[in-house]
Design a protein around this ligand. Structure first.
Ligand code: LMR
Length: 405
């Protein structure tokens, strides 16, 4: 006679769902014809479609005719991809790059870079907390906490102005213990769209340096702010000032290649020997997680970044996406102003940059937008500007006005 095994896993609680990704599922299940997704940080074109960039198509077509076998990549990823990442972030001529002071890994998107970086920091700075902006991308909290770091916040967004609490931010960072990790967004802050000006970065850098802090810079929207090079101002200024820091970069948005999971983790170190040791330990971290990165997306991106003609095409494509995002900011601003006639100030739409704006709408208003008007924002009030089109912007403006007045 056999005895039934006692039930396992019955204590596992149900997953509440991710605050951003679960909205995509609700949106897809919504049958209303006029539904608008302004939740997930994905760039859509003016027809509401996910673009396939011509530079990517051309690189991929060339690869397909010569696809070849797929050996394991090295743990750290493809060499040509990794050096292209350094060039894109810091410039090929930067002394940190030419001096061999940057350890770069190919990672599974920007998220993979954050996770590997968080594991590495927790191992070598186990006493350090990580400080993130208030607010930040929800998953920053989950990732750093998941890697064992305690997560705290520094002041950032000012709901009264829709801008930055720069003095309060600096004041807080000045009080942090040495070797505290400070998570920063290089451009196109997620979720607020509120960025530091170049002058503010220059003021922040001595605070980071003099406080012995460890900056970890997330750059997931390069090219969507002011330009591919302009958006790296903070990275280059930090490297120029001799800071040692980590960079997590993503190609999901600027290549419109979300599912290929391509990104990079770069650690700017003091000298070549330290860089080699750091790269080695980053490899050990990857090996113990997912072993080695995948090939296809990295091959495509490497080809675009390292071919002058394809790179020029891609630069123009990012400019077009950036231009459309700006145009939609202006159109939503104009449509709301036409309705409000001065009753509400929505100038934040113009001062904030990149894919996101923080509308200040509360959870109830966000729920009303979804339930009554089929307009999906994230619960925090974050609006993804690149989900707006010339066809839906008036509907969105009317819906926002209906829940605000
Ligand atoms: C977002 O913030 O919407 C994007 O970064 C996508 C994601 O994974 O959350």
């Amino acid at each position: 006679m056999t005895t039934a095994a006692s039930a396992l896993f019955t204590h596992v609680p149900p997953y509440a769902g991710d605050p951003i990704l679960s909205l995509m599922e609700s949106f897809q299940a919504d049958t209303r014809a006029d539904k608008v997704s302004l939740s997930i940080g994905v760039y859509f074109d003016n027809a509401g479609r996910l673009p396939m960039l011509p530079s990517v198509r051309r690189a991929e077509t060339a690869l397909l005719s010569n696809i070849g076998p797929r050996p394991y990549l090295p743990i750290e990823g493809m060499a040509a991809y990794r050096s292209a990442v350094q060039t894109l972030l810091l410039g090929a001529e930067h002394e940190a790059v030419t001096g061999g002071r940057v350890a770069t890994l190919q990672t599974l998107g920007g998220s993979g870079a954050l996770k590997v970086g968080a594991d590495f920091l927790h191992r070598y700075y186990p006493e350090s907390n990580v400080w993130v902006s208030d607010p930040t991308w929800e998953n920053h909290h989950a990732m750093f906490a998941g890697a064992g770091l305690k997560v705290d916040t520094y002041p950032y967004y000012d709901p009264a102005t829709g801008g930055l609490r720069f003095d309060a931010m600096l004041a807080k960072l000045r009080t942090l213990p040495r070797h505290s990790v400070v998570l920063l967004h290089a451009c196109c802050h997620n979720p607020t769209g509120v960025d530091l000006s170049d002058a503010q970065w220059q003021e922040l850098i001595p605070v980071l340096r003099d406080g012995g802090l460890i900056p970890f810079v997330d750059i997931a929207y390069q090219g969507f702010g002011d330009g591919l090079v302009e958006d790296t101002f903070a990275l280059r200024a930090m490297a120029d000032a001799g800071l040692q820091f980590l960079i997590a970069n993503s190609f999901s948005k600027n290549f419109s290649m979300y599912g290929e999971r391509c990104g990079g983790l770069s650690v700017v170190c003091a000298d070549r020997a330290t860089t080699e040791a750091v790269l080695g330990q980053l490899k050990a971290t990857v090996r113990a997680n997912y072993s080695t990165p995948p090939t296809h997306g990295a091959r495509v991106i490497e080809r675009v970044l390292n071919d002058a003609e394809l790179f020029a095409m891609w630069t123009a494509e990012t400019a077009e996406m950036r231009g459309r995002i700006r145009a939609m900011r202006e159109q939503l601003h104009a449509a709301l102003n036409a309705i409000f006639q001065g009753r509400h100030n929505v100038d934040y739409l113009l001062s904030q940059r990149g894919m996101f704006s923080y509308t200040g709408l509360n959870k109830t208003q966000v729920a009303q937008l979804r339930d009554d008007h089929a307009v999906y924002l994230v619960g925090s009030g974050r609006l993804c500007v690149s989900g707006l089109t010339t066809d839906n912007v008036e509907h969105v403006a009317r819906a926002m006005a209906a829940v605000m007045e």
